[in-house]
Ligand binder design. Structure first.
Ligand code: FES
Ligand code: FES
Length: 161
């Protein structure tokens, strides 16, 4: 057992976990943050993507102990009160989700993609960048539309801050 100290969605937490515990299980089983999902056991699906110090990471492929000292953001941490993050709003408005199981990971990946590419995003880039996130419902088309839409919204909301 080890104590892992990390900041999750802006809150400092200390959790005692077995050394083999994966970050995704720390989040889901110990912190009850069950938006982050597990869709595979081979690091392919991306349903488990969270941000570690602002970067998208598959939390099923990282030990909880490796996140010691890090700042973790999950899907539960991106809305501001009742106000959705622009990426969440764009997924809703463009019908970028059906069952919703891939959506938390998809949204966390998509936010990182927009941060890295800024206003330079085009459809081919979004499709390429999202290759680490699998969706069985949407056929991806509306997800791509949502990400491109959100890229514009995020620029506007950042400019307003
Ligand atoms: S659960 Fe599938 S990549 Fe993490
Ligand atoms: S919305 Fe169902 S897997 Fe993507």
């Amino acid at each position: 057992m080890s104590t892992v100290k990390l900041t999750v969605n802006g809150k400092a937490v200390a959790v005692d976990v077995e050394d083999r515990t994966l970050l995704v299980h720390l989040l889901r089983d110990h912190l009850n943050l069950t938006g982050t999902h597990v869709g595979c056991d081979t690091s392919q699906c991306g349903a488990c993507v969270v941000h570690i110090d602002g970067k998208a990471v598959k939390s099923c492929t990282m030990l909880a102990g490796q996140a010691d000292g890090a700042s973790v953001t999950t899907i539960e941490g991106i809305a501001k009160g009742d106000e959705l993050h622009p990426m969440q709003a764009a997924f809703r408005d463009n019908h970028g989700l059906q069952c919703g199981y891939c959506t938390p990971g998809m949204i966390m990946s998509a936010i990182d993609i927009v941060h890295r590419h800024g206003g330079q995003l085009d459809e081919a880039t979004v499709r390429h960048e999202l290759e680490g996130n699998i969706c069985r419902c949407t056929g991806y088309h509306n997800i791509v539309k949502a990400v491109l839409d959100a890229a514009g919204r995020m620029k506007v909301s950042q400019a307003a801050e």
